[in-house]
Design a protein around this ligand. Sequence first.
Ligand code: SF4
Length: 484
Amino acid sequence: MISAHFHRKLAGRGRAGGRLRRTLGRTFALLVMLIGALGSTVVRPRTVTACRSSSAFFASTGVLSIRRWQSAVPGRAYPPLPKKAKAVAVPAAAETDNTVVSRLPSALTDIYALSEQELCGFLQNTLHQPKYRAKQVHAWLYQRGAASFEEMSDLPKSLRLGLAEHFKLGCLEVAFEQVSKDGTVKRAYRLADGQLIEAVLMPYEDGRRTACISSQAGCAMGCVFCQTGQMGFARQLTESEIFEQALLFSRDLTKGGERLSNVVFMGEGEPLNNRRQVFGAVRRLNADLGIGARHITVSTVGLAPRIRDLADAVDDPEGEGALLSQIKVAVSLHATRDAERTAIMPVNRRFPISELMAACQYYVQRTNRRLSFEWALISGQNDSPQVANELGRLLSPLKGKCHVNVINVNPTTGFEGQPGSKAAMDRFLNILNEDWGIPATMRVRRGLDINAGCGQLKNELLTRELSAKVLAATPPRSPEASSA
Ligand code: SF4
């Protein structure tokens, strides 16, 4: 009888039936939400992260998908996946904080990831050292170029052992290195999660030693003339992964009695899409390696709102702005018309030339600092006198506050464009300098004999690794098969 009544209600006959259905529906929805919330709480070693959803989980770690999370480093013990999580893609340009990724595979903490205060606190509280030891260790790490704790010869042995017990020196592993005839050193580094990134050291005759470093593993911007752009985006780099690229060059130079003088963010990635980590690294370059902010250049494809944000750093002269308003900003332009720029730099669809130039003018007005424009000369595409005149006209509102760096495009697999001729280069520079009064200089391409273009070494390395894997997985041919 009760059952018949219940079924009648559920079947929806009468007002009571509707009420019951609504009540059951709400209870069920509450249960689903509760289970979902519990299921998406992920516990990881040394880290507890509560994620709103599986996509938030992957976005927060910078891992592209479950498949890549599991296969990033075969054989490494990764934490269990959240149940029922689906493969999702991280929004290409999202600024994600994936500090945890670089810390996962090793039990030792990366000492370069500690601030001076954190190091000081650890030495005092855990290793019971007097305060001045922090200064000594700091000097060994950043000024005296120690590559191991053992080298820190004026520290007591017990302290060196204590440090080695808790810390490792960095998390970048040199996967490949090439040295050019002109002294340029190009390295591919393997990160703790298996990603590869590139960094280059360029020695100049005037004594400058410039490191070109990456801000992301891969890049989402898709510039067609760039090998990295063709490979796509993998993840954001952390502050210490960015800083360590320069530190390792600095360490090598220190051993030879030299010092790293300049750093340019022109390696893999769009630095202004990873600002928090990049600006953190800029602070470290300045504070730990003593590189003046005016010797640090951040290059951008032209993210107009981010250029405006940089200009607004002047509003914070007591804080971060003091440093950020001093760094150099370089804008990759490469074309004077939207259709042409969009064809080689897809970002132009989002921030067309008029919007970009308005942001550049805003930057110059607010900071009173000079902007650099990068121009990759491509034969037959953007090297004509007509284009040079268009560029002069476009930049004339910034006259006196801008400079053009013209560099012949690096021949890249997958891009048909070729470098311009010497005559075209001279003519182009001449028009800008003489006819428009816009200072323009030719940037000499470095390391031409060693694939020093952005992404080229990494591409070569990945191709080699892939061929090695294919070879290893291919069963040897039997003699009969060979003779057949
Ligand atoms: S040129 Fe720079 S911004 Fe463009 S795809 Fe290459 S790395 Fe990214």
